[in-house]
Design a protein. Structure first.
Length: 138
């Protein structure tokens, strides 16, 4: 009877050890996966914040009455970086629309230029607000 009890205790101990090891392995895989996903979200948020901030700063500080090629180039550069980080097609199209209007501003006649500047200014503010909303979704 003592041999049976010892054998049973030994078997229970081995099963408990195997169960503990298996649980630890599964826990490690799950924890690693969750941590990697959280790290990826943090990286995406930080990267979006940087790109959105630069684009927003350029849009809000541009002088539409004295538009220079370097301003347009900076906005194009930051727009490209921002679009790479986006999944929202509507926001991508809004950026494209803003860029198109910005480029066309130089091509308009002086009498239409004032109206285009007001429209572009409004579109810029709307774009910055939508970038802000997108960043808060993360």
């Amino acid at each position: 009877m003592l041999n049976i009890s010892l054998a049973l205790a030994s078997q229970v101990a081995r099963n408990a050890l195997v169960g503990a090891i298996a649980t630890k392995v599964v826990d490690t895989f799950i924890t690693t996966k969750v941590n990697n996903k959280n790290d990826q979200k943090k990286w995406l948020r930080t990267t979006k914040l940087e790109a959105f901030s630069k684009l927003s700063q350029e849009i809000l500080s541009i002088d539409l009455n004295n538009l220079k090629d370097e301003n347009t180039r900076s906005i194009k550069e930051y727009s490209a970086k921002t679009i790479l980080l986006l999944e929202d097609k509507k926001l991508m199209n809004q950026i494209e629309d803003y860029l198109t209007n910005l480029i066309n501003l130089n091509k308009t006649s002086d009498d239409r230029s004032k109206d285009m500047k007001q429209i572009l200014d409004k579109k810029g503010i709307d774009l910055v607000m939508n970038l802000n909303k997108n960043l808060k979704k993360i």
